[in-house]
Design a binder for this molecule. Structure first.
Ligand code: PBG
Length: 328
């Protein structure tokens, strides 16, 4: 028998939609997605964030409503960020009983119960007037150990108000151990710690600064990681797992898919990735100009992050994807 052309034809498996669906290796489901949400203290109407079209600083009411929609859409959870009315050197709003983030956690948890996971960012940058993630020492450097004590107190407050998951995000040494210990001492042994384990000093957090009204003096290079490094990320991840992290996160996502893949291969805890504000803004800006197919770019972005190894994806598109783009 004469053979003309190749015997092996991978295109056979791509011929029809049903065939392609059968052999699809990865998918993105709402249950794997977390929606980050911002809530502004004292806001009476949602405030648009110009560098993140479609994203707003919520009022308490619109926050609750969006959380309810997120539960309805089958998302895993919401990650809450507070935007306080005033900031100061020590970020005292973070520890105020009636601080905006504490109140938001309480309100959302009352709204959703067990139908959605309430997650909180444990960090000081939203609350400090210098915009750093921690307390400053006399020489202007970020004081690791005093900052970690504040994170531990914040995490306990968040757990008391109903957070299912607390996410220390300041890249301070020992933050996971301190948070875990404080939670356990306070009887919150069931509160999950999701560690921002490998978090880079990235330009892609730009729009987030506007989202939380934070103006940073200097940069975060003494605590967030150098984009040049991957071994360092694996070390940070290992340390966080040793200290009791229930999940570890890699952030940002797109420029760090290699870090994500290596992390997923290395650890035996679930891995999350944060599709950050600058990654969102790039797609939105290009779509606005008609340079890119927005829906396809969103779906491809989320799928790429899953394919690289993320079990959980935090994304500003989470709700829209679940409501409009996801096909069962
Ligand atoms: C820290 C925190 C930041 C982001 C999430 N948590 C800012 C930072 O680390 O500099 C950025 C998220 C994004 O850019 O979407 N509170």
């Amino acid at each position: 028998m004469s053979v003309s052309g190749p015997v092996v034809r991978p295109r056979r498996l791509r011929r029809t939609p049903v065939m392609r669906a059968m052999v699809a290796e990865h998918q993105v489901e709402p249950r794997q997605l977390v929606l980050p949400l911002f809530v502004a203290e004292g806001a009476t109407a949602p405030r648009p964030i110009s560098s993140m079209p479609g994203v707003v600083q919520h009022t308490m009411d619109t926050l609750r409503a969006t959380a309810a929609q997120s539960a309805e859409a089958g998302l895993a959870g919401v990650m809450l960020f507070g935007v306080p009315q005033t900031q100061d050197a020590t970020g005292s709003g973070a520890l105020a009983e009636d601080g905006v983030l504490n109140r938001a956690i309480e309100a959302v948890r009352a709204e959703v119960g067990e139908s959605l996971l309430v997650m909180s960012d444990v960090c000081l940058d939203e609350f400090t007037d210098h915009g750093h993630c921690g307390l400053l020492a006399a020489d202007g450097s970020v004081d690791n150990d005093r900052t970690v004590e504040v994170y531990a107190r914040m995490a306990v407050m968040h757990a008391e108000r109903g957070a299912h998951v607390v996410a220390p995000s300041g890249m301070m040494d020992g933050q996971v151990a301190a948070v875990r210990e404080a939670l356990d001492a306070g009887g919150h042994t069931d509160t999950v710690v999701m560690a921002y384990a490998a978090k880079y000093a990235s330009a892609f957090y730009g729009p987030f600064r506007e989202a939380v009204g934070s103006s940073l003096v200097g940069d975060r290079k003494t605590y967030q990681q150098d984009p040049a490094n991957v071994r360092e990320a694996l070390r940070e991840v290992r340390l966080d797992v040793e200290q009791g992290a229930d999940l570890v996160m890699v952030k940002p996502a797109l420029g760090y898919l290699d870090v994500l893949a290596r992390t997923a291969a290395e650890v035996d805890v679930p891995v999350a990735a944060y599709n950050v504000s600058g990654e969102y803004a790039m797609v939105e800006a290009a779509a606005e100009r008609g340079w890119i197919d927005r829906d396809r770019a969103i779906a491809e972005t989320l799928l790429s992050i899953r394919r690289a190894g993320a079990d959980v994806v935090l994304s500003y598109w989470a709700l829209e994807y679940a409501q409009r783009l996801w096909r069962r």
